[in-house]
Design a protein around this ligand. Structure first.
Ligand code: FAD
Length: 497
């Protein structure tokens, strides 16, 4: 309620926010979470909460009147279409040089992601966050995060014979024939449910292309894991369709937090303020960075340091497809949950996820999302003329990532006598180099904050999401975001509450 006072306020309900809420609540602290997206608990006219990949609708995009699908074209045809403006689940947020895809709703990115739950190799983690004790991370916090998220591995015997993973087996064959290490990747999907889908015993979900616009059944999103446990404490409340617009020191101590309540077309219904003793920024790398950059520049939080907005990267994301021969079909039934990757990080700076292309027809395409070792880092800055936060990303920087991905796919193409697909991202375009799924950084650990996420310049303000990680995680990031949040909140609960 407007005007009320809370002990801990958490901005955002993704991985960092959910970990903070659960651990604070278990320590006896009352927590209020503010989320600008919807709760995603009510079915539409088709009886489903979420739409699938082949038929996006009003539920699928955040406040757009036309879809902006990551794969914009197929066989030369543009796929995008008009939709009613709605607080949909996937935000394609446009900056000058890059489109950043993010989940919107209670559960954040867990609502839209592929569920790939990858713990990086220890030496790579140590290189990315050298001030964090890697021994503690691998003995305590990564295991805690994996357990909390419900991470498990696919049954290899089932995988070998399942029609829906033919695309992944083709990916393995091509990787191994070119001498690349092929690795299985754990996931948060309920594999027993997927087996039942394949057997026709339950409604199809991953096997019906349900992923980037939400998943109706088998995926263990944060709604089913951390947030369910947080709710069970009885100490956590959540306001959905509420957007934090300002945080500033309150005259009587603590912070005044300004929040806009919006309707499902994005129109502001009410502007409210609450006070909080402590505030956790968990709005995601972009959300947290945009808020902090603006609040510093406009005088709401002037004592934040000069590292705010810096160290942002795209995790080196780049996508591509390969055109297979007719004797290498990838299958018309493809599970939307990836299970496999090609690890060429040491030799070529690329880790490629063998991704699904769940179109429902045989495409003869192998599709990949590569995570690459990119040195490029952009900065968020406040633009007083437009009243917006800009990001200094340069599209040309993706060439480093393309070159890294080519260390894998040029070699596979040469070995297999195949070529790249040129129909997936617009006419004659091979590389999906306009986007990222993995925004990281902007309020980097040990730079904008201390070594546990306490913002420099203020007492009682914390960053606890992907903004802490400096631009690159070497693998898909959510397990690392969760594990780092587990590490930081343990210290914060012990020392600050
Ligand atoms: P988020 O999960 O982004 O949560 C931030 C939340 O804050 C959001 O719900 C947002 O709506 C809310 N918010 C923002 N601003 C405000 C505000 N001002 N007021 C109130 N609320 C606000 N990662 C993997 O590891 N494996 C995968 O397989 C994978 N696949 C992906 C596929 C897609 C299509 C996408 C988009 C991402 C994928 N990711 C994957 C990335 C992963 O989902 C993100 O790294 C992760 O969700 C980031 O966690 P976070 O806690 O930093 O923030």
């Amino acid at each position: 309620p407007a005007g009320s006072h809370v002990r801990a306020l958490v901005i955002g309900t993704g991985y960092g926010g959910s970990v903070a809420a659960l651990r604070l609540a278990r320590a006896g602290v009352a927590v209020h979470m503010v989320e600008m997206g919807m709760t995603w608990d009510t079915p539409g006219a088709d009886g489903k909460v979420f739409a699938n990949t082949t038929t996006p609708d009003y539920r699928s995009f955040w406040l757009r009147t036309r879809t902006k699908q990551p794969l914009s074209n197929f066989l030369g045809f543009p796929l995008d279409k008009d939709v009613p403006r709605h607080t949909g689940i996937l935000d394609a947020e446009d900056f000058a040089g890059i489109t950043v895809y993010q989940g919107r709703g209670v559960g954040g990115g867990s609502l839209v992601n592929g569920g790939m739950a990858v713990t990086p190799r220890r030496e790579n983690f140590a290189a990315i966050l050298p001030t964090v004790d890697a021994g503690e991370m691998y003995s305590t916090y990564y295991p805690r995060a994996n357990a909390g998220l419900g991470v498990t591995s696919v049954d290899p015997a089932w995988w070998e014979s399942a029609a829906c993973y033919q695309y992944a087996r083709v990916g393995r064959k091509h990787a191994q024939r070119s001498g690349f290490p092929f690795v299985f990747v754990p996931n948060v999907y309920d594999w027993e449910y997927m087996k039942q889908e394949a057997a026709g015993a339950v409604p199809k979900s991953a096997l019906d292309g349900e992923v980037i616009y939400g998943n109706n059944h088998g995926k263990k999103t944060l709604q089913k894991t951390y947030l369910a446990q947080a709710a069970a404490t009885g100490r956590v409340s959540v306001s959905a369709l509420h957007k934090v617009t300002s945080v500033t020191p309150a005259p009587s101590g603590g912070y005044t937090v300004a929040v806009d309540q919006i309707d499902t077309t994005g129109v502001t219904l009410a502007s409210k303020t609450v006070t909080a003793d402590k505030v956790f920024f968990a709005a995601g790398s972009v959300g947290t960075s945009k808020l902090l950059t603006r609040l510093k520049a406009t005088g709401a939080l002037p004592a934040l340091n000069g590292e705010i907005g810096k160290g942002w990267g795209d995790n080196g994301n780049v996508m591509c497809g390969r055109a297979n021969h007719m004797w290498d079909p990838t299958g018309k039934l493809q599970s939307a949950m990836p299970t496999a990757g090609i690890d060429n990080w040491d030799a070529g700076g690329a880790f490629a996820e063998v991704a699904p292309l769940p179109t429902g027809i045989e495409t003869y395409a192998s599709f990949y999302l590569s995570i690459t070792k990119t040195p490029h880092r952009a900065e968020f800055t406040w633009n007083p003329a437009t009243g917006k936060v800009d990001l200094s990303w340069d599209r040309a920087w993706k060439q480093t990532s393309i070159d890294a991905a080519k260390t894998i796919f040029d070699k596979i193409n040469a070995k297999e006598g195949t070529i790249y697909r040129t129909d997936l991202f617009g006419a004659y375009k091979i590389w999906g180099d306009h986007l990222t799924y993995h925004p990281l950084g902007g309020a980097v650990l040990g730079m904008a904050t201390d070594n546990h996420g306490r913002l420099h310049g203020y007492t009682g303000l914390y960053v606890i999401d992907g903004a802490l990680i400096p631009g690159n995680a070497s693998v898909n990031p959510f397990v690392t975001i969760t594990a780092l949040a587990e590490r930081n909140i343990e210290r914060i609960v012990a020392e600050d509450f």
